[in-house]
Design a binder for this molecule. Structure first.
Ligand SMILES: Cc1cc2nc3c(=O)[nH]c(=O)nc-3n(C[C@H](O)[C@H](O)[C@H](O)COP(=O)(O)O)c2cc1C
Length: 129
């Protein structure tokens, strides 16, 4: 099964979670700034980011908008923040509007407890989907 992990991270928190999920899934985590398009058909795409002043980074939004429903089986979301989970909710709405399936469950890590959530993120990436 082809899996991929893509993320946007300004300060490194989401990157650490993305890398742990990727390790669990057996793939590399790649920033949307390094690879701005998903080129190959992907059955499970893990996609994550964080809110900055209540909104996700424009780079992540543009990436989500660029996804092609014919090239993605399902998106599994993850986010880090101080309190808000709105990145997940906003991405879910955007992706569903494009006809892309989004898993009901998602992964959350508080910005002050990233290191304590690494094992759980790895297990999240290992989970069969
Ligand atoms: C400029 C700025 C604005 C932020 N605004 C919010 C916010 O509105 N809601 C929230 O829950 N966290 C907010 N945070 C916290 C970040 O979402 C949190 O630190 C997140 O883990 C950052 O991810 P990153 O390290 O991958 O960039 C903000 C952080 C910064 C630096």
């Amino acid at each position: 099964m082809k899996k991929a992990v893509r993320y946007y991270s300004k300060q490194g928190n989401t990157k650490m979670i993305a890398e742990a999920i990727a390790e669990g899934a057996g793939v590399n985590a790649i920033s949307v700034t390094d690879e701005p398009r998903l080129n190959e058909y992907t059955e499970v795409l893990y996609l994550g980011g964080a809110p900055y002043a209540n909104i996700m980074a424009p780079e992540l939004k543009v990436y989500a908008e660029s996804l092609d429903a014919a090239k993605v089986g399902k998106v599994v979301l993850f986010t880090t923040s101080n309190w808000s989970r709105r990145t997940v909710f906003a991405l879910k709405k955007l992706l569903k509007g494009k006809g892309i399936a989004v898993a009901d469950d998602y992964f959350y890590a508080h910005m002050l407890h990233i290191k304590g959530r690494i094992d759980a993120a790895r297990a999240f990436g290992r989970k069969n989907r």
